[in-house]
Ligand binder design. Structure first.
Ligand SMILES: CC(C)(COP(=O)(O)OP(=O)(O)OC[C@H]1O[C@@H](n2cnc3c(N)ncnc32)[C@H](O)[C@@H]1OP(=O)(O)O)[C@@H](O)C(=O)NCCC(=O)NCCS
Length: 170
């Protein structure tokens, strides 16, 4: 299967925060942001694999900054690494300053998607070739994140998570 670059499937969704999408503090409701990130990541996974893709896991979410009502929010998703049938997708969330137009990083998340056939059975995806320094850094750390996610899901024994163990023994 022909390898692809992250830039070929990068997805950018920009939208406003409207009143029905906020919590009692008038900031974006966390579940709404999760849905926006899932939507962007799902498009990225589909663009990379050109297959039906399902969310297998939300590996990490950091709500570092509240996003106020009326903000212009940009969600950018990119494939950070592929394995056999799964893809790790990294999502960066930015808020655009109304006056300067400068985008400030608000949150980030990591999702795992799996490509499946028409019956829902996992199928292989093309490899990915990271290009930028950040893409290479995220690619290098992805295997231990996969192992951590599998251990937490009870799908891998901790003593089989060799990359993860190396973190603590190096
Ligand atoms: C995701 C799904 C297809 C995986 O099916 P499965 O029978 O567990 O298949 P496998 O065990 O072969 O796993 C497939 C891949 O997903 C990876 N995977 C499964 N669970 C994972 C997890 N929690 N974290 C990271 N990767 C995971 C496996 O490591 C494997 O990756 P690889 O082939 O690249 O090495 C299946 O569980 C499913 O359909 N889930 C529902 C998806 C869905 O409906 N999502 C929307 C949310 S409601």
């Amino acid at each position: 299967m022909q390898a692809k670059f992250p830039s070929e499937s990068v997805t950018t969704l920009t939208d406003l925060v409207l009143p029905g999408e906020t919590n009692p503090l008038n900031n974006l409701f966390g579940g709404e942001l999760l849905a926006r990130m899932d939507r962007a990541a799902s498009i990225t996974a589909r663009r990379h694999s050109r297959r039906i893709c399902v969310t297998a896991s939300v590996n990490h979410v950091a709500f570092n900054r509240a996003i106020p009502l009326g903000s212009v929010v940009t969600v950018e998703s990119k494939v950070s690494r592929t394995f056999n049938t799964s893809m790790e997708i990294f999502i960066d969330v930015w808020i655009e300053d109304r006056e300067s137009g400068i985008k400030n990083k608000a949150n980030e998340a990591i999702y795992t998607f799996v490509a499946v056939d028409e019956t829902g059975r996992p199928i292989p995806v093309p490899p990915i070739i990271p290009e930028t320094d950040l893409e290479k850094q995220r690619y290098d750390a992805a295997l231990r994140r996969k192992q951590l996610s599998l251990v937490l899901a009870g799908k891998m024994k901790p003593n089989e998570a060799t990359e993860l163990k190396a973190l603590f023994t190096e």
